[in-house]
Design a protein. Structure first.
Length: 160
């Protein structure tokens, strides 16, 4: 082997792993970080709201109406090079309480309950006139009172 061949092989050996590192996937964990030992420790009929918060921390979100329910949501996504993120794992732990604050049930929802939606990217039309750029830019000229003419109460609900 000649000296230039050895240098080319050394450069290739150094550059190739660097290039391949860009092809790895990116894993992202969102929401509640699950610990199976802690989530399995919550027992209906024994635990209450304070013990659940002490064990698991604050919920991802809580119900606003009806009986109190805590939701602990965790999701793991993976994104490959030039691709969209894909959900690899998803778990929603639902802890329901009675009116006294005692745990009545603990349920899990997983990947089977995930729904893939495709929102429409179009803009929502607004009611009224369609104005152009110049009308937006200069439309309020003259709509505001003349300088020095204001100061008196108007007919608005707050006197302005």
């Amino acid at each position: 082997m000649t000296g230039s061949t050895v240098i080319k092989l050394a450069v290739a050996a150094a550059v190739l792993p660097t290039m391949l590192a860009g092809c790895t996937s990116i894993t992202d964990r969102r929401g509640y970080v699950r610990d199976t030992a802690l989530t399995g420790a919550v027992t209906p009929g024994i635990d209450n709201r304070q013990s659940v918060e002490g064990t698991l921390g604050q919920p991802s979100f809580a119900s606003q109406f009806g009986d109190p329910v805590y939701y602990y949501v965790s999701s793991t996504t993976e994104q490959r090079i030039f691709g969209q993120p894909e959900i690899e794992d998803h778990d929603v732990m639902k802890i329901a309480f009675d009116s006294a604050g005692n745990v009545t049930s603990v349920t899990h929802a997983g990947m089977d309950d995930v729904r893939d939606i495709n929102p429409d990217g179009d803009k929502t039309p607004t009611l009224g006139r369609h104005r152009g750029f110049l009308e937006d830019l200069f439309g309020n000229i003259g709509a505001v009172g003349a300088a020095g003419a204001g100061g008196g109460p108007g007919g608005g609900p707050n006197g302005s």
